[in-house]
Design a protein around this ligand. Sequence first.
Ligand SMILES: *Cc1c(COP(=O)(O)O)cnc(C)c1O
Length: 404
Amino acid sequence: MKIPFSPPHIDQEMIDEVVDTLKSGWITTGPKTRLFEERLATYCEVPKVLALNSATIGLELVLRWFGVGKGDEVIVPAYTYSATANVVLHTGAKPVMVDINQEDYNINVKALKKAITKRTKVIMPVDIAGFPCDYDAIYKIVSKEKIQKKFRPKSEIQSQLNRILILSDAAHSFGALYQGKKAGNLADMSVFSFHAVKNLTTAEGGAITFTLPRPFDNEEVYKFFRYFSLHGQSKDALEKTKGSGWQYDILLPGYKGNMTDIQASLGLVALKKYDEENLKRRKEIFAYYQSRFEEKPWAIVPLYTNEKAETSYHLFLLRISGIKEIQRNKIIDEIEAHGVSVNVHFQPLPLLTAYKQLGYKMCDYPDAYANYATTISLPVYQDLTDEQLKSIVETVIKAVEKWR
Ligand SMILES: *Cc1c(COP(=O)(O)O)cnc(C)c1O
């Protein structure tokens, strides 16, 4: 039995919705994208959401809107996907990497506090595997008088906020909860990914949620990001088709990141059934893995809920205690040889060439390395059957017990 790692769930209703768009005469950004944005805002209980063609462009647009550039620093965890750091590098700013907590893989708040300097403009916490970071603790730090005084605003927007911006990389955490609030509503701004392997997918896609504090007007900021993500063009393509609307202006040299109605079609249908079908099945899968691995003395099962937070059940990161990276790799080879696809989320950035060349060293992030070296990411997706689950667990147990 071959078991893939993360195939998308595509049902007839999604296919019908995509076909409806294809036949409608309007395939790029249009009514379905706007409807998807409204539904996302309702789901996340936030004022405004902008749909885009990736999370990466969303993160970069926020950094550029905030005026981040050369000479600035942005704090990111060392344990994340490269997009988190790359967008910082694109702006000319420096990603300042910090270590993580072994328990939940998320940014270590104590290390984060130490990393703040007068050049820090943004902190980008990443909700790894879907488990929300400790946003209360992060806000407590950036609101401290001593830290606030370090902040050197360089633009009008930075002066308005007058502290470090918290931009949540919520690529994994759509549907997660923290202190009773949904992911997307936990930071100043948050960015989701709807990439093919993410919980909610539009093949490629992403969204920014706007939850800025006063004096910001989230409606106005949303409007700015709409044309900022479309070359700075004062009207989108659909608006230009209306009446004598051919003429537009370019208000600033913007970027290109709009979502298409084809993508939004997938998202609309997936979102409608997200809690009842997708999240529900993911929860069952977590519970099953949990119950089977819990009894193994070598297994460290991931934290998925505590008094503050509940995960979006995106990734099941199983740690094997007491093994070295080489053994972990042998275990993975063995599992794969039996037809089960597993993964490693993530290789910490300092292990990768681009960041090594910039001088980042793995030895500076011991907890990120310790988690990486002992982690195996198991399949979690809606269409996984009970029979497949059982087979995955048995394959993993056999492989671990052979090589441990
Ligand atoms: C997937 C991912 C991204 C990038 O998402 P895209 O939609 O592919 O741009 C960013 N951060 C993390 C942590 C991710 O896993």
